[in-house]
Design a protein around this ligand. Structure first.
Ligand SMILES: Nc1ncnc2c1ncn2[C@@H]1O[C@H](COP(=O)(O)OP(=O)(O)OP(=O)(O)O)[C@@H](O)[C@H]1O
Ligand SMILES: [Mg+2]
Length: 298
């Protein structure tokens, strides 16, 4: 295991950070830590990096104790914190050169390549940067020494879509090179796209750990199908996993808990004019796992 936490708990005074998190991240995987604002993602990452001390439990990173061996862990890890500190009066390049010197030097050709791919401006003083460009400097310093482990707090924050794609490519290349990636996100499509497994954190508690494929299969999906005649309501009421079926004229709406395929096959027996599928959002995923009353359906 590249990361292992046992009963990891953090209270800020009386305020809940994370509670009793038991998590394992395997070597070479991309693990997504998914949760809404305030769920505890940044708290988890700060604990892993020993920026803060836990109230209870412990974390093992790269086989070492997160506190006792913090310096050794940092040397082998690339970190994008949520609040990266840079020198505002230095340029991006000067900041990176300084950070590289702390690491005993890095391959500067690779730094240039990263900057080019992320379209980062290294020439201006950091205080003049947009938040997107700051984020790019943060990503470059995390990747530049090709660490075994990358720990990234909401890495695509502030990046526009094309640059996000480039970041996903970097993550794929990292795993091909054997690196392990732990990233936090509040964006389900992003996690589905880039991660192998996902842990869902809600109100400080790790409520599920799933392969991304399994998560997708469990997600509730809203579908609207438009037919060339009256919507065949009855044809959809008996399909397992299909609920809340309603029809108005040629429009049929339903909620699908599980695979899409039986619905598509049934629809194909009629003439379909349009089909609209809404990506489940985080709340839909939580509902699929916990139901409306919070009882576990998983
Ligand atoms: N320094 C602090 N003092 C008190 N409470 C804190 C502190 N830092 C975090 N918290 C609380 O801990 C909980 C988890 O916060 P955290 O920043 O880890 O969430 P997050 O998942 O990273 O959220 P976001 O998506 O907004 O970044 C929140 O309720 C937050 O208010
Ligand atoms: Mg955060």
């Amino acid at each position: 295991m590249t990361i292992q936490t046992e009963g990891l708990t953090k209270y800020y005074g009386k305020a809940r950070g994370i509670i009793d998190v038991n998590l394992s991240v395997r070597e070479g995987e991309v693990f997504g830590f998914l949760g809404p604002n305030g769920a505890g993602k940044t708290t988890m990452i700060r604990l892993l990096m020993d920026y803060i001390r836990p109230t209870g439990g412990r974390a093992i990173v790269l086989g070492m104790d997160s506190h006792a061996d913090a310096l050794k862990i940092h040397a082998r890890t690339g970190i994008l914190p949520g609040d990266l500190a840079l020198y505002p009066k230095l340029t991006g390049e000067e900041n990176l050169r300084y950070l590289a010197s702390l690491r005993g030097g890095v391959d500067w050709v690779y730094v240039r390549e990263l900057a080019e791919r992320l379209d980062a401006d290294l020439s201006r003083k950091v205080k003049a940067y947009s938040s997107g460009n700051r984020q790019k400097i943060g990503l470059i310093q995390a990747f530049m020494h090709k660490p075994e482990l990358l720990i990234l707090d909401e890495p695509t924050n502030g990046l526009d879509p094309l640059i996000q794609q480039e970041f996903y490519a970097l993550v794929r290349e990292a795993t091909q090179a054997g690196q392990t990636v732990f990233l936090s996100s509040h964006n389900l499509p992003e996690v589905e796209r880039v991660c192998d497994r996902v842990g869902i954190i809600r109100e400080g508690k790790l409520v599920a750990v799933e392969e991304v494929a399994a998560l997708k299969a469990k997600a509730l999906r809203q579908i609207e199908i438009v037919f060339d005649g009256p919507a065949p309501l009855e044809a959809f009421q008996q399909i397992p996993g299909v609920r809340d079926v309603t029809a108005a004229n040629s429009h049929l709406r339903c909620t699908i808990a599980g695979p899409l395929d039986p619905v598509v096959k049934q629809a194909a027996r009629y003439t379909v004019v349009n089909m609209i599928s809404q990506d489940p959002n985080l709340e839909d995923i939580f509902l699929a796992f916990y139901g409306r009353e919070g009882n576990n359906h998983a």
